[in-house]
Design a protein around this ligand. Structure first.
Ligand SMILES: *Cc1c(COP(=O)(O)O)cnc(C)c1O
Length: 753
């Protein structure tokens, strides 16, 4: 985009206050480490962008799109749009789209939008200047932001549009007005908000009104009208590939799908050699995706030095000098301490450079990357995936993939507007990896973390987590350690109170926040009703040394409707006990009681703050998304005749001739021994494959389709009908136990769109 603020004001029906600046970019995420020219302050459910305007001004932003006048220094310019900033952005984007002369393609459908878009864009001929919306910028906000990222002189642009409820597509259609429409699939994502599949289809189809060409697959029950319809049903090949090829043809590119294979579509975080951490984004490179990836690097770096390893950026449409100056500026603003350029062209602009990936691998040493957080970003032709492969830590093939987008989805589904949130990251974040989950929570503006033991808190501090951390089972032996690392104890009896006060005195610390645990019926740790008057006295004697940061208790049956009367009695007891204490203290600490189930089922149990555990990780409540998938690979296959027996004790006698695969996962990895003998099915090549015989310590056997081969992927949990919750049903336990049982030797991988 490129506007003066006065033009923006007149387009969106707003009022300009301040100098008439020219702006070339806009952003809406106040946490962005790479601010653009103008900040759009969106008042959302959990954040109000207006709260960050002052801080962004101190970081150098001078132009703001806001809903109400704010008290700002004289050098700030604001466009005030009482009707709402989101609508204003949409109107502005529609205007910018109207000025665009190139062809516009828009992709919608239930699945595969991002894959089709990225795949199509990856093969644009180098003579074409192409814009594509970054990653999954497909929402009511993402679409206008991506339209406004266009410089305007591109030859073509590809966008994706996603909706989650009726009424949304009309707004996106008004902005995008595509020449070419691509419809991927019709499925039941977000179906809960639509009366029928037909209604959802009709809503999606609104996007294509006015398109001259629509590409779709008639195997879905869809019907379009347009001057030109391209139905790819019946074509030979994979569905997405057919859509991509058709889109290339419509854009006049004439490429065949075979030349560009599909790709991993997401940023992946991996452990690297020599204590490094790798953010792998090796499938594309352009300025927009670079700035998003830099933001992400910073959020996971956890205090490490950040290094950007970047390949030549192709198809930017800018002269090299201007392009790499922009790259250098982006990197600097994101806090990157060094940029390593790999490629003939980029090498001319950065002091640390190599002409090719081979040169880097030959010349750079392990020590050069020790302990650093690396963003590896290159174009596909330079094959940067070899670099990631060389620098990533090799470990055995079993991985737990954690979907950070699903985590954030769950957080937003459970957060209560206006109340604070504690994220429970005890037990290695329920098995998902405490540092990474904690970093994501910190980035999302969660108020506090809770761990079970001091060591867990120390490890988070070492991982760069700076937000408040409560230690629930704090024992007095660890108080010194806790004070050294700024951890806040749960205090649950008089002994721990006086021991902690002593420790504070030894360290010369004052006013340290502690969290008082009350026993309201769980009967584990905590002060009882009879302790309150003595507790009030002791606390007033210690005032100035300890400060009560919060008072809390824990519900024992929040998820069991049969016990709801008991839960209500706990809520009442907590209310009266905590009120008594508060009166005695003379100040008001936070009060909190509800875990995930409590927060959802008992609004009156929320008090000032909710403590989210299971729900964050995707279980226990409707509408949440499981966040993890456990995978491994086949290490051997063998065809065995009926009657053969597999494994210890010769218990797995085959009823028929069977192809049996061995996988490197046993009970020492967290695969419960009771899942043997066919009691659990894994997924190979879309087939469900039951376990055969007993599960061993490090391996087990499954019956696989005849086409299965060594190296094929095996999904252990995380597919339809085989979630963590399903596995816990088979084991007659709860999802918590299954999640926390995945052993530490299973490598965790974090993905994010
Ligand atoms: C673990 C824990 C929670 C979280 O409970 P979920 O059921 O996982 O949401 C909340 N509060 C306390 C004190 C806990 O120990």
């Amino acid at each position: 985009m490129n506007y003066r603020l006065s033009e923006i004001a007149s387009i969106v029906g707003g009022r300009l206050e301040g100098a008439d600046l020219r702006v070339g970019s806009v952003f809406a995420d106040s946490r962005s480490s790479v601010p653009a020219d103008m900040f759009a302050a969106i008042a959302g459910r959990n954040h109000d962008g207006h709260d960050y305007v002052g801080e962004l001004h101190t970081r150098g932003v001078r132009a703001f799109l806001v809903e109400r006048s704010l008290d700002l220094p004289a050098d700030a310019s604001v466009v005030v749009v009482p009707a709402g900033v989101l609508t204003a952005l949409q109107t502005l984007a529609a205007d910018w789209r109207g000025r665009f002369k190139g062809r516009v393609a828009a992709i919608t459908g239930s699945n595969g939008k991002t894959v089709v878009k990225e795949w199509a864009a990856a093969a644009a001929p180098s003579s074409v200047k192409l814009f594509r919306s970054p990653r999954s910028y497909n929402s009511q906000l993402g679409v206008p932001l991506s339209v406004l990222m266009m410089t305007g002189d591109e030859d073509a642009a590809i966008f994706e549009a996603g909706i989650s409820r009726p009424g949304e597509m009309a707004a996106l259609a008004r902005i995008l007005r595509p020449d070419i429409g691509v419809f991927t699939t019709l499925g039941d994502a977000h179906q809960e908000n639509f009366a029928s599949l037909q209604q959802k289809f009709e809503e999606k189809a609104l996007l294509f009104e006015g398109a001259d060409t629509i590409i779709y697959n008639s195997k879905y029950p869809v019907h379009f009208e347009a001057p030109r319809l391209v139905d790819v049903a019946g074509g030979a090949g994979e569905e997405n590939a057919l859509l991509v090829e058709a889109l290339w043809r419509e854009l006049g590119w004439g490429i065949s799908a075979g030349c560009v294979p599909p790709m991993a579509m997401r940023l992946e975080v991996k452990e690297g050699i020599n204590g490094s951490l790798i953010v792998d984004d090796t499938y594309n490179s352009d300025l927009n995706s670079l700035s998003i990836a830099l933001d992400y690097l910073r959020s996971v770096a956890g205090g490490r030095h950040q290094t950007l390893i970047l390949g030549d950026i192709l198809q930017s449409g800018l002269p090299d000098k201007a392009l790499y100056e922009q790259v250098a500026a982006l990197a600097q603003r994101a806090g990157v301490s060094e940029v390593i350029g790999i490629g003939e062209r980029i090498a001319q602009f950065f002091p640390i450079n190599f002409s090719s990936v081979e040169d880097f691998l030959r010349l750079a040493g392990r020590d050069d990357i020790a302990g650093r957080a690396l963003l590896i970003k290159g174009n596909r032709t330079a094959r940067f995936e070899r670099l990631t492969h060389a620098l990533a830590l090799k470990s055995h093939t079993t991985t737990l993939t954690v979907d950070l987008d699903a985590l954030v989805h769950n957080l937003n589904a459970l957060r209560v507007p206006g109340l604070r949130t504690v994220a429970m990251v005890k037990a290695n974040a329920y098995g998902h990896g405490a540092r990474e989950i904690a970093a994501a929570m910190q980035h999302q503006g969660v108020d506090m973390l809770a761990v079970a033991f001091a060591d867990e808190g120390v490890s988070l501090r070492e991982g760069g987590i700076t937000m408040p951390i409560v230690v629930l089972n704090a024992d007095s032996d660890s108080f010194d350690l806790m004070i050294d690392h700024h951890l806040e104890p749960e205090i649950y009896n008089f002994e721990s109170l006086s021991a902690f006060a002593d420790a504070l005195a030894r360290h010369g610390e004052r006013n340290w926040p502690v969290h008082l645990k009350l026993d309201t019926g769980m009967h584990r740790l905590g002060f009882g009703a009879g302790d309150l008057s003595r507790l009030t006295e002791e606390l007033s004697a210690l005032s100035g040394t300890v400060r009560v940061g919060s008072i809390f208790s824990h519900l024992s049956c929040a998820d069991e409707p049969a016990q709801d009367d008991f839960t209500r009695s706990q809520i009442a007891a907590f209310d009266s006990m905590s009120s008594l204490l508060t009166e005695g203290l003379g100040y008001r600490p936070l009060r909190h009681l509800a875990n995930s189930a409590g927060a959802v089922r008992f609004p009156e149990a929320r008090f000032d703050m909710v403590r989210l555990g299971l729900g964050l990780y995707g279980f226990g409540l409707e509408g949440l998304r499981p966040i993890s998938t456990l995978r491994t690979r086949i290490v051997q296959v063998r065809d065995l005749p009926a009657g053969a027996a597999v494994g210890y004790g010769r218990q797995g006698v085959l009823a028929a001739d069977t192809r049996v695969a061995i996988i490197p996962m046993g009970y020492a990895d967290g695969l419960n021994r009771r899942l043997g003998m066919g009691r659990w099915g894994m997924q190979v090549l879309s087939a469900e494959c039951p376990t055969v015989g007993r599960i061993s310590m490090d391996t087990c056997a499954i019956a696989v389709p005849i086409s299965a081969q060594v190296g094929d992927e095996v999904v252990i949990f995380g597919f339809e009908g085989h979630t963590v919750a399903d596995m816990s049903d088979v084991l007659e336990t709860i999802p918590y136990e299954v999640m926390t049982s995945v052993s530490l030797r299973v490598k965790r991988i974090y993905i994010k769109e």
